[in-house]
Design a binder for this molecule. Structure first.
Ligand SMILES: [Zn+2]
Length: 116
């Protein structure tokens, strides 16, 4: 098991990642980020740091579900859930997550956005 430090907008989370998740989190700037991974299970997160409290907590952050949606963000790519990881003490947002689903797993999600 490896502990990764994942940067969010209001702090960071220490979590156990799969190789695939670690690749997604690595945007090539020497840090790992929470946002690109999708939703992490609470049991995979060990600690969180809150910029507001200036404290590292030895617990997973709370997960706050913002909305269940069904929004097509690209051809064959649906945003199904959106939410935040929040501080256990002051409820400040540590980072955000998004969960996507492909309509057709075999389809090409890049089609609608050739520039990406
Ligand atoms: Zn806090």
């Amino acid at each position: 098991m490896t502990e990764f430090k994942l940067q969010g907008s209001g702090g960071y989370v220490i979590a156990d990642l799969t190789e695939e998740q670690a690749k997604k989190a690595d945007l090539g700037v020497g840090k790992l980020f929470l946002a690109p991974i999708g939703k992490l299970e609470t049991k995979k997160m060990f600690k969180h740091y809150c910029n507001m409290c200036e404290t590292e907590f030895d617990n997973p952050p709370k997960i706050h579900l913002e909305e269940n949606t069904n929004e097509e963000v690209a051809d064959n790519l649906i945003l199904i859930e959106r939410g935040q990881y929040t501080c256990e003490k002051c409820n400040a947002t540590i980072g955000e997550y998004r969960v996507f689903k492909k309509n057709d797993e075999a389809g090409d999600i890049g089609k609608a956005r050739p520039s990406e």
